[in-house]
Design a protein around this ligand. Structure first.
Ligand code: UDP
Length: 243
């Protein structure tokens, strides 16, 4: 068996990953497929924490643009991430993986509250932990949540699965035929060039805490495992470029 490159990873999935071809909502067979893939990755001997977005159900910004109070809109979005987390936890349990959901907003009947020490204990016991409800505050994103939790649990990297995009490009490849993909980039370059991989809060948090980020196409089955085993697919964003 190939040794995994990482011992502990935080996988970030956008909410849209759970929507399948419908693009919105939650498609149970799609969630089950992702859960099976994550189980396979875990079986390669890596500890996994998960952050799932909520964009398949709700986004705070457009709701605020439509007239809603931004803070109220963001809390609604955070609750969306809890729905996604519960559905994914159920799918992982059905794959035979012990899973715990921890929420940044306490809702004790539904999930555990976020407690770092307990999260670490779950990981050590080979359980998957899903961090839900973002950081628990409005004006933040689940990308920032990923950077924060990855730092807190000392993850070796954030694995960011994108839908149909196989890495970071200098321009939109659908609009510009000359657009090229980066194999490696620094967090600083991402910020300077204004590349939209994560929001800038998440990028600067990753830079300050020296967390590597691997961006890859989630729609190609087996890609999460390829990344974990150290295959160079997608784009790695780091503070120190290898050559
Ligand atoms: N959100 C928030 N604080 C957080 C995380 C999320 O207010 O710490 C809200 C915000 O309104 C956001 C929504 O939850 O639009 C869904 O999260 P996100 O946009 O990050 O989901 P993704 O795009 O990854 O699916």
């Amino acid at each position: 068996m190939v040794e995994p490159k990482y011992k502990r990873v935080l996988i970030k999935l956008s909410g849209e990953a759970l929507a399948g071809s419908k693009g919105v909502g939650i498609d149970i067979p799609t969630v089950q497929e992702i859960a099976a893939e994550i189980k396979d990755v875990k079986d390669s001997g890596v500890q996994i924490a998960l952050v799932i977005g909520g964009g398949n159900l709700w986004r705070g910004e457009p709701a605020a643009a439509a007239g809603m109070d931004r803070v109220q809109a963001d809390y609604t979005g955070m609750l969306g991430t809890v729905m996604n987390a519960l559905v994914m936890a159920d799918a992982l349990q059905r794959e035979g993986v012990d899973t715990r959901v921890q929420t940044a907003i306490p809702m004790n009947q539904v999930a555990e509250p976020y407690v770092r020490g307990r999260a670490l204990r779950h990981l050590e016991k080979d359980r998957i932990v899903i961090f839900a409800a973002g950081v628990g505050s409005p004006y933040f994103s689940t990308d920032t949540t990923s950077a924060l939790r990855a730092a807190e649990i000392e993850a070796d990297a954030i694995l960011m699965g994108k839908n149909g995009v196989d890495g970071v490009y200098n321009d939109d490849p659908r609009k510009n035929a000359d657009a090229y993909k980066f194999d490696e980039l620094t967090h600083m370059e991402v910020l300077k060039r204004g590349l939209k991989i994560m929001d800038s809060t998440a990028s600067s948090l990753s830079m300050d805490n020296d967390i590597d980020l691997v961006v890859f196409n989630l729609n190609e089955p087996g890609n999460i495992k390829r990344v974990v085993l150290g295959e160079h697919i997608g784009t790695t964003v780091t503070n120190n470029i290898s050559e």
